[in-house]
Design a protein around this ligand. Structure first.
Ligand code: NDP
Length: 393
């Protein structure tokens, strides 16, 4: 097996798409701790040009791209006097993904991450996949492109990274199931009648993880786990019946893999994304420094229970979408992105998010989808459907 990080004899080049976000920051922290092993090629952001320029300068990136064209002048000014090249616009983000690099951290939020992820896979290198929405909406297309180019897709989502670490490929036919754990989010103990009045500020306060706004809301509705069930089924080529979810409030066990012989392998770690990121960047080697370590003797109690799908029906919707096909998975994701956006803008209630997804899913068809452009077309179609649906509530 190829040893990618071999004590620093060859510095690996890295793109970070979504460098200004939560995963972007954790990735930069891992780079800082392992400076002699990684060097930055391209960093991107949506609109935070000042922060993007700061990162590019501090980490000596070669290229910086901002998606929002209105921020081009800010980026240009902030990078003047450096030899960092820069560009703006969605096309420039996609174009940057074709610049050579040994690895790309895919950490843009939502479907917006798909074009660059798909473009980068052409290089036949290593994709560090945090952007779950691309796998949810274009899993088959991404895997086909990776097979054709020889690219590796290493999951960064902590649960999938945990499964990846416990999954014995040579014993694939002896895996009885994988289990993704869910923290349950900030409202898992909130009585059903109080969910009605949940505010954006409360939804953004995750009990264990510090994350971007969209995924924090997804965790609160447990739609994050729904997306992860779909992501896992594609990533590990498993039928939905072999992907389970258990609620584990402590977020110490991230995933389990159960084998026919009765062995149950668990991946544990602190709720710190640097652990999964460090693993994915170094695999199959290990870095000397990554995330925080567990004090195993200080763990009082670890609990694992089936999810309450009555109050949090999102996970059930994932199995429904997987059973129906890729168009339904796109519909689920599109409705969720639109509804979460509206909730964050305070124009939709918390409980209406899941209801919108459920109703949009009822309208999903099952056409064959052959390209990322078609994925995006269907995404926009189902976003509009979702808006029509919540207006009728
Ligand atoms: P953040 O919101 O913190 O960061 C998102 C990043 O993407 C920012 O750099 C943002 O730029 C950029 N971005 C947002 N929208 C666009 C767009 N339309 N075009 C180009 N760039 C864009 O998100 P997270 O880091 O929390 O999450 C990123 C991805 O990783 C998501 O898919 C999430 O589900 C996944 N993930 C996150 C985890 C976490 O712990 N945070 C854990 C597991 C998976 P700007 O700053 O300018 O807005």
């Amino acid at each position: 097996m190829l040893l990618l990080v071999d004590t620093g004899s060859h510095v690996k080049t890295l793109h970070i798409f979504g460098a200004t976000g939560s995963i972007g920051s954790s990735t930069l922290a891992v780079v800082t701790k392992n400076k002699n092993l990684f060097s930055l090629e391209t960093v991107t952001a949506n609109s935070n040009a000042e922060k993007l320029a700061q990162i590019a300068i501090e980490y000596k990136a070669k290229h910086a791209v901002i998606a929002d064209e209105k921020q081009f002048d800010v980026l240009k000014k902030a990078l003047s006097g450096t030899n960092i090249t820069y560009a703006a616009g969605r096309a420039a983000i996609k174009e940057a993904a074709s610049r050579p690099a040994d690895m790309m951290m895919a950490a843009i939020t939502g479907i917006a991450g798909l074009p660059s992820v798909y473009e980068y896979l052409k290089q036949g290198k290593r994709l560090l996949l945090a952007n779950k929405e691309s796998m949810v909406t274009a899993g088959d297309l991404m895997k086909r492109r990776a097979r054709e180019s020889g690219a590796e897709i290493i999951p960064v989502d902590s649960e999938h990274n945990g499964v990846f670490q416990c999954f014995e490929e040579q014993n694939r036919d002896k895996v009885s199931r994988i289990i993704l754990t869910a923290s349950g989010g900030p409202f898992y103990e909130t009585p059903a009648n109080e969910l009605q009045n949940v505010t954006v500020e409360q939804a953004l306060k995750h009990p264990n993880w510090s994350m971007g706004a969209k995924i924090s809301v997804d965790s609160a509705t447990m739609m994050n786990k729904a997306l992860e069930v779909i992501e896992a089924a594609y990533l590990f080529d498993l039928p939905p019946a072999q992907v389970d979810v258990l609620v584990h409030r402590q977020s110490i066990i991230h995933a389990l893999v159960e084998y026919n012989d009765g062995s149950l392998l668990a991946h544990m770690g602190m709720p710190d994304m640097q652990t999964a990121i460090a693993h994915a960047m170094a695999y199959p080697a290990r870095l000397n420094e990554g995330g925080k370590r567990i004090d195993i003797t200080a763990l009082a109690k670890l609990t694992l229970v089936p999810p309450d799908t009555l109050r949090f029906p999102s996970v059930k919707l994932a199995y429904h979408a997987l059973g129906q096909g890729s168009e339904a998975c796109i519909a689920l994701n599109a409705a969720n992105e639109a509804a979460v956006g509206a909730f964050l803008q305070k124009t939709l209630s918390f409980q209406a998010i899941t209801r919108t997804v459920e109703k949009t899913l009822e309208k999903a068809d099952n056409h064959a989808i052959c390209s990322p452009d078609e994925v995006l077309d269907y995404h926009h179609h189902y976003e509009k459907k979702a808006q029509e649906i919540w207006k009728s509530f």
